[in-house]
Design a protein around this ligand. Structure first.
Ligand SMILES: NC(=O)c1ccc[n+]([C@@H]2O[C@H](COP(=O)([O-])OP(=O)(O)OC[C@H]3O[C@@H](n4cnc5c(N)ncnc54)[C@H](O)[C@@H]3O)[C@@H](O)[C@H]2O)c1
Length: 434
């Protein structure tokens, strides 16, 4: 234990990061920046080539930063797990999606752990960062790693530390977002804590890997449930003829006991639509029905259909139907100012419109191409002609690059799912808000 402690403190510990995506790359870069030698292991050859060529494919990480770290040999990428042999610390940041039946798909974690197992050696610290259900580290990973004959807490250390990265957030980055850690044993927790303290400003340790796993799921379930509540509030306000946005803004003036969440076209990204299902799945195995999660999931999943109903009603007012109408979707990323389209509600909105025979085009300054189930679309240039010719313009993602005044001025009508046109004062009658 003492040897690894010294290596970490002197920043001589060799670090391996398995999975160099939205989570793994920023983390690898952060540790390399403070002096650790980091090897990134990713099964994607393309990703490995990109990084070794000094380029970043993650928006929050500048290519110049990757280039400097690669040139100074602080960061290198490979597809081979043999690199684990030399590493003192291994962090797993692989995807944890859902299967088609919405069950947890932990196959990426399993394949990463099996890759690590072959090279596990005494004195190594292994940390899982992928979001997963409580019990994964202890029930799934520990038996595999102890299958080598090495004993946790004595020969190697195992911990869970949830990743909290918020892509596109300019204020809270890896370094200044407090990091939660929980180890299998106390020694494991201490070692993981020491490791993260080398670069992250605040590290919070908890009593177990299960607690650490649950903390992440509470955070994301909290968001999902509150978004579900506010989406339902939007549906209720619509029936009552009340502007939900005005209600939320005014409620948010209460300085205590209230926190604003905003309605929208549905959930997106790799976290909020997925993570709560990891928790409800685990609870089902214990004969418990996680009602809030299922209810919020249901409301949120139906928001794209609600948006399409709004488009339908808007066209209907001018005696048009979705069938045959030109509909321009603005923004397809799931989140403002990012290029991430994973689980984006725009995909569902477009699909539903196409099923109703609309002529759909989209523009997104961050997403040049979009793959759909059976087809692909390319972002079209945002010209006044395009906006004028659309029977309906639908704002799905409120990117800050858009000039909303100009859009409303040129559009025949606008369905605004994000209150992006809040500051537009002219032509208000053209705007239909969620
Ligand atoms: N993206 C976010 O905002 C975010 C935030 C917090 C937590 N998380 C969690 O972090 C984890 C990773 O998410 P992400 O967004 O970085 O995913 P990602 O898809 O961007 O990146 C994952 C990377 O892992 C690689 N990979 C997959 N299997 C591998 C294997 N067996 N060996 C080596 N490499 C492998 C993929 O090629 C990919 O480059 C997930 O559990 C996610 O829920 C994500």
């Amino acid at each position: 234990m003492e040897k690894l402690r010294q290596k970490i403190e002197k920043r001589q510990a060799l670090v391996g990061v398995v999975g160099l995506g939205y989570v793994g790359l920023p983390l690898a870069v952060e540790f390399a920046k403070v002096g650790f030698k980091v090897t990134g292991i990713d099964r994607s050859k393309k990703k490995v080539t990109t990084i070794n060529a000094g380029r970043s494919d993650v928006e929050d990480v500048a290519s110049s930063t990757v280039a400097t770290l690669v040139a100074s040999k602080k960061l290198v990428a490979t597809t081979s797990y043999t690199a684990i042999q030399k590493t003192d610390v291994v962090i797993i940041c692989v995807p944890t999606p859902l299967s088609k039946t919405k069950d947890p798909d932990v196959s990426f974690i399993l394949s990463a752990v099996k890759g690590i197992k072959k090279h596990l050696h005494p004195g190594q610290l292994v940390i899982l960062e992928s979001t997963t259900y409580p019990g994964t580290t202890e029930e799934l990973i520990l038996p595999i790693l102890e299958g080598t004959g090495l004993k946790v807490g004595r020969d190697f250390y195992l911990a869970f530390s949830p990743e909290r990265i918020d892509p596109g957030n300019k204020t809270y980055r890896v370094k200044n977002t407090p990091k939660v850690v929980g180890g299998i044993t106390e020694r494991c927790t201490q070692m993981a804590e020491l490791f993260y303290e080398q670069t992250i400003l605040e590290v919070v340790s908890v009593s177990s890997t299960r607690s650490a796993e649950m903390i992440k799921l509470l955070e994301n379930t909290f968001r999902s449930v509150n978004i579900g509540l506010v989406n339902e509030t939007a549906l209720m306000c619509d029936r009552l003829g009340i502007d939900v946005w005005e209600v939320i803004d005014a409620a948010a003036t209460k300085p205590f006991g209230y926190m604003p969440f905003y309605p929208g076209p549905g959930l997106g990204g790799h976290c909020i639509p997925i993570d709560p299902h990891y928790l409800s799945w685990k609870l089902k195995t214990l004969n418990y029905w996680a009602r809030f999660i299922e209810l919020a999931g249901d409301i949120n999943a139906n928001m794209p259909a609600y948006v399409v109903r709004k488009i339908n009603d808007t066209l209907n007012r001018v005696r048009k139907s979705i069938n045959g109408s030109k509909i321009l979707v603005l923004g397809v990323a799931y989140k403002r100012d990012t290029s991430d389209v994973r689980e984006s509600p725009a995909l569902d909105v477009i699909k539903l419109l196409q099923e109703r025979a609309a002529q759909v085009q989209y523009n997104d300054p961050h997403v040049p191409k979009l793959s759909l189930d059976k087809s692909a679309l390319s972002s079209v240039a945002l010209t006044a002609k395009l906006v004028k010719e659309a029977d309906c313009v639908v704002i799905v993602t409120d990117h800050s690059a858009y000039d909303y005044q100009w859009i409303v001025h040129n559009a025949q009508c606008v369905v605004d799912t994000r209150n992006a046109t809040k500051a537009v004062l002219d032509n208000k009658d053209k705007i239909v808000k969620l």
